[in-house]
Design a protein around this ligand. Structure first.
Ligand code: CTP
Length: 394
């Protein structure tokens, strides 16, 4: 289940003549799947790389390439759009945009559009680094365009360098970010995510089940809404979100140390991490024989939230409680005992609310009461968590 940000949003997508145009087909498919309505305009050159029929099929709408065959399309299409993304953007079209030229659909739409413009350059690294391109990009940034930086890697020409169009995931994240209200701007948000691991020996550990998805969704949503985000993440199989300062930790005490380092000035702390409750008293430096591991001496791991409550100052603290059953009373006790300002409760036995899912079913508990939500994507859960925060501090 996807977040609902793109639902019914109208995206104008300009495609220019670079090899990365093949990725735009996947981009359109994903945007459409998340509920956006995509209108494609192409340069003549781009149709040599990928057919307009591909995009007509994916969007169910005619693709515009020739400015003369539909004389007012370059005014009408931008008027209808919420956002204009040009991906891939070649050095040639980039230069023409910077000069204010309007001799094809992609450039003419740029001039007549009034709204957020996102550019995803794609070219050979020498072309990207050329002072002419650097100057053109600067001009476009000064005009208010968001430039989605290309990646470094192997290029179509076989050379290695910076110029490969950003991945589709990154493009979609930037689109969402541009369409989002910036009601968390000026806020610093510290988020913990994923499990922690307490070593037994170099190959074994004690941990909790947690994919990191909820914490990563919170980080993405906070960034989109304008916050400065610091993410402290335990070991996860999935990659942390794009564009966010992420500190990797392993144990509960490492997480606590990192958190103390970054807590100062944080307006919000979200403890979405599934912190281990126990740590092994004397972890072994060499792999133990299994016969020697029949019992383990444990000591309590640091209870990060309890410790934070003593030093948090004005930081608004949001905790999580994953329980097996509708154990709201226990959750409310945790809220009080750990002096949290908000607790997000979820019953992991409910369908779609467990681990390794893209969805969750949450109840938000504060000292004023509780509010339950239906099954939602984890990103939409993150949205309502921050909405509640803003309501509480208003
Ligand atoms: N938490 C923490 N430090 C720990 C354990 C948990 O800061 N050592 C935080 C979690 O990140 C979460 C909240 O405390 O935000 C509640 O965690 P949970 O595991 O539900 O509660 P516990 O206090 O560990 O109680 P129990 O496991 O007995 O339910």
């Amino acid at each position: 289940m996807n977040s609902s940000i793109l639902k019914n949003r109208k995206i104008l997508l300009g495609i220019t003549g670079g090899i990365a145009a093949y990725k735009s087909a996947e981009l359109v498919r994903r945007l459409t799947k998340e509920g956006a309505s995509v209108q494609v305009v192409m340069t003549e050159a781009s149709t040599k790389f990928i057919s307009s029929l591909t995009f007509e099929t994916l969007t169910g709408k005619p693709v515009f390439t020739d400015i003369f065959s539909s004389p007012l399309a370059h005014i009408r299409l931008p008027q209808e759009a919420d956002l204009y993304l040009i991906a891939p953007l070649t050095a040639n079209t980039l230069s023409r945009l910077a000069q204010g030229m309007a001799d094809d659909m992609v450039t003419a739409c740029f001039l007549s559009f009034r709204g957020p413009v996102l550019l995803a350059p794609s070219m050979n690294w020498k072309m990207y680094e050329h002072p002419a391109t650097v100057e053109n990009l600067k001009r476009l940034k000064d005009m208010g365009c968001v430039v989605i930086r290309p990646e470094t890697g192997e290029l179509a020409c076989g050379e290695y360098g910076k110029g490969r169009m950003a991945e589709v995931d990154v493009l979609i994240e930037e689109v969402k970010s541009s369409l989002c209200k910036k009601d968390l701007s000026g806020k610093k948000v510290l988020i913990t995510a994923g499990p922690t691991r307490e070593p037994i020996d170099p190959v074994r550990f004690i941990s909790n089940r947690s994919s990191g998805r909820m914490g990563f969704s919170l980080a993405r949503v906070a960034r989109r809404r304008g916050a400065e985000v610091v993410l402290i993440a335990g070991p996860t199989a999935i990659a942390p979100p794009h564009g966010i300062k992420t500190i990797r930790v392993e144990t509960a005490s490492e997480m606590f140390e990192s958190l103390k380092e970054h807590l100062s000035g944080a307006n919000i702390l979200v403890m979405a991490a599934a912190v281990a409750d126990y740590t092994v008293k004397s972890p072994l430096s060499k792999k133990a024989q299994k016969t020697k591991l029949r019992s383990l001496k444990l000591s309590p791991a640091v209870d990060i939230l309890k410790e934070v409550s003593k030093i948090k100052g004005d930081t608004f603290v949001i905790g999580f409680a994953a329980e097996t059953g509708p154990n709201i009373a226990k959750a409310k006790r945790k809220l009080r005992e750990k002096k949290m300002d908000m607790l997000v409760f979820n019953d992991i036995t409910l369908k779609g609310a467990g681990f390794d899912t893209e969805t969750n079913r949450i109840v938000i508990i504060t000292s004023k009461g509780e509010k339950g939500y239906p099954l939602m994507s984890k990103e939409d859960c993150a949205e309502v968590i921050f909405d509640h925060y803003l309501e509480m501090v208003a």
